[in-house]
Write a new protein. Structure first.
Length: 284
């Protein structure tokens, strides 16, 4: 009975987190479109997000469908199968599409009917250190692939194997999740406002992060081996890191800069789903 309940909970948490995280990509794009502007948010976030989710999709696909990677995983983890679920892959694929669409709003504002942002405005151009993270991530995966291809190791337990390349790809997503929020945190601090940054996407992201980690813990418990957690570090880190930064954004929006939501921009659109009454209260 308990096992059946946990299996059902894992399935439910997996798909609810999928919908929470999937829907979290819409509010910012809708907010930008309604305001006809990307002012107040940074290009760094969608730009590095695209790369992160390509890495996440690639690693999930390998763990789900590559017989070699699944065999090497089993050899390293007591014969178990990866805890990656099909909803993880579906989420990553959907995320690639939505983050790419959002990125085009920053790269091609004229095509969206947006006003061009000044080059000197904070967040209008990609930060040099974010570019460095992108280049460093690509180099890291390349080095891992070079090591594996030249090692000719036949025992994935004792040496480098192709699963390590997939882990390197997944670690790209971990690194990106760790750094991608920082430019927006800094922008909010400099503006002393969360203007132009959708809080709705953060609330959905928080719910998705909690449920994602919960599903991972349940799946590992059902396997009777916590290597299911250590064997899927990207999902664990993705949920925990995003939750940490979501709390920071919530504190900024609802507490630190609560009275500055209309500053420094003149529009009245904080989020695409604000009611008319809440907008009137904000004017007052």
């Amino acid at each position: 009975m308990a096992v059946s309940f946990l299996l059902a909970a894992s399935w439910l948490f997996g798909w609810v987190y999928f919908f929470c995280w999937s829907f979290s990509f819409y509010p910012q794009a809708i907010l930008n479109w309604r305001r006809k502007s990307t002012t107040g948010s940074t290009i760094d976030f969608p730009a590095i997000n695209v790369m992160g989710f390509i890495a996440y999709f690639t690693s999930n696909a390998a763990f789900l469908f590559s017989s070699q990677i699944r065999r090497e995983y089993a050899l390293r983890n007591h014969g178990l199968t990866p805890t990656v679920q099909i909803n993880d892959l579906a989420f990553a694929g959907h995320a690639i599409v939505l983050t790419t669409i959002t990125l085009t709003q920053y790269l091609f504002p004229a095509q969206w009917g947006f006003a061009n942002r000044g080059k000197g405005e904070h967040g209008a151009r990609m930060s040099s250190w974010i570019k460095g993270v992108i280049v460093g991530s690509l180099l890291g995966v390349g080095v891992a692939a070079l090591i594996v291809s030249s090692s000719h190791n036949e025992d994935p337990v004792k040496g480098w194997a192709w699963i390590d390349v997939i882990y390197a790809v997944s670690y790209v997503k971990v690194v990106i999740t760790l750094v991608k929020y920082m430019p927006q945190v800094i922008t909010n601090y400099r503006n002393q406002s969360t203007r132009g940054w959708s809080i709705l996407q953060i609330l959905l992201d928080l719910g998705g992060g909690i449920l994602s980690v919960s599903q991972l813990l349940i799946d590992s418990y059902l396997q009777g081996d916590w290597s299911g957690v250590t064997g899927n570090p990207v999902k664990l880190a993705l949920g925990n890191f995003s939750t940490f930064f979501d709390v920071i954004f919530i504190v900024q929006h609802y507490f630190l800069y609560r009275g500055n939501r209309r500053k420094p921009f003149g529009d009245m659109e904080d989020d695409p789903l604000l009611t008319d009454s809440s907008r009137e209260e904000r004017i007052d």
